[in-house]
Ligand binder design. Structure first.
Ligand code: CP3
Length: 345
């Protein structure tokens, strides 16, 4: 018999309306923290930081020490998957990720068919270390990128404003797209299973580029691949909990809920929880969704934004978060104010 979880985030993921709602922040380890910038300089490259368990553990813990968030998210990146599959991935200071684009059959054939888990051993070691070093009440989250978001980077070789290269590929060469997405579904499922085995208690799937997909491509490139990952993970590890974040996926949320894809659905900052929550079944947990710019602004916009979300989610299973990742220019004191306001509810 499984016991009822005591950690607040896990209780919400089981459908319990915990009050005040637990809180963590997407991209909570990062450049807005001076201590992150200090560790980052020691590490060499960004990927060195991801693959050095002692340092990755340290930057994962930094936001927990400061703010006592209810969840801690593994420090890594969604692009370690293409990297492990054999694609060249670099992080260029001030420019973001750069990859050697995968555009031809020949590029695709050079990628590994199965995810070489041994290349990701440092990531699993980071999770194991964190299980020992996190406070008892903090939930440890693992994550991966959703196949469409990761494929967009793999095809374009960089972030693009509206993922035009990957979208064009989906129209011109659907067989290539299906093969790439399928490879990523399998790799991501294996990766998440191993993260759970290494100590992650729940995982988040980031579909950061969901907003780029036209309705005709959404199901085959986003909803179905995510559904297959969640199904594969839960078949292998029934206790694993999943948060699904589809940025720009507002009009599809009720279908994720109806299909039982994910224990929690994360709302981006364009959605009004007061309107969206009543359209979702009461047992489906939600997460979000303060505008990251309201957090930068602070003051009244921050307070009003937080209070609106709190009143909309009262009585429902909800995890407080931003509606997308925290930005490097965010004042650290505003994060403290956010946490105090949510915890004072
Ligand atoms: O604290 C955490 O959330 C854990 C770590 C984490 C990072 N990236 C660290 C990181 C997580 C969960 C991610 C996910 C990620 N990576 C996403 C999905 C989430 C989202 O925000 O939409 C995406 C699209 C990526 C790809 C990626 N990695 C980009 C676009 C960049 C450059 C961004 C930038 O602001 O320069 C990265 C690099 C990256 N990943 C940084 C961090 C802290 C900054 C790099 C640095 O410190 O030099």
């Amino acid at each position: 018999m499984s016991e009822r979880p005591t950690k607040s985030i896990l209780r919400v993921l089981e459908g319990e309306a915990v009050w005040p709602p637990p809180i963590w922040i997407m991209r909570q380890a990062g450049r807005y923290l001076p201590e992150y910038r200090a560790t980052r300089t020691q590490a060499g490259s960004f990927l060195d930081l991801c693959y050095t368990p002692r340092l990755a553990e340290e930057v994962t813990l930094q936001p927990i020490r400061r703010f006592q968030f209810d969840a801690s998210i593994l420090f890594s990146d969604i692009l370690v998957i293409p990297h492990a599959l054999g694609q060249d991935v670099r992080f260029v200071e001030g420019e973001g990720p750069k990859l050697d684009p995968v555009t031809s059959e020949a590029d695709f054939t050079r990628l590994k068919d199965e995810l070489p888990l041994e290349r990701l051993e440092p990531v699993f070691e980071t999770l194991q270390r964190l299980r020992g070093s996190l406070p008892a009440e903090t939930t440890l989250l693992g994550f991966c990128g959703a196949p469409w978001t990761v494929a967009s980077y793999m095809i374009a070789g960089k972030g693009t404003p509206d993922q035009a290269p990957a979208r064009l590929t989906a129209y011109r060469d659907p067989a290539f797209m299906v093969a790439l997405i399928d490879r990523l579904v399998r790799a991501s499922t294996t990766y998440l299973i191993r993260q759970i085995d290494a100590g992650a208690e729940a995982v988040q799937i980031f579909e950061s580029f969901g907003s780029a997909l036209p309705p005709a491509l959404f199901d085959s490139l986003s909803l179905e691949p995510i559904r297959r990952i969640v199904e594969g993970l839960k078949a292998a590890r029934p206790h694993a909990k999943v948060i699904v974040f589809v940025r720009g996926g507002g009009s599809h949320l009720h279908r994720f809920a109806a299909a039982g894809i994910g224990d929690a659905l994360a709302l981006d900052w364009t959605l009004d929880p007061a309107q969206v929550l009543p359209t979702l079944p009461g047992h489906v947990a939600t997460q979000g969704n303060l505008d990251p710019l309201a957090l930068i602004a602070g003051g009244e916009p921050l307070e009003r934004g937080v209070d609106h979300i709190l009143s909309a989610v009262k009585g429902r299973p909800h995890i407080f978060n931003l509606g997308h990742g925290i930005l490097p220019e965010t004042p650290v004191e505003h994060v403290s104010q956010l946490v105090a306001r949510v915890r004072g509810a």
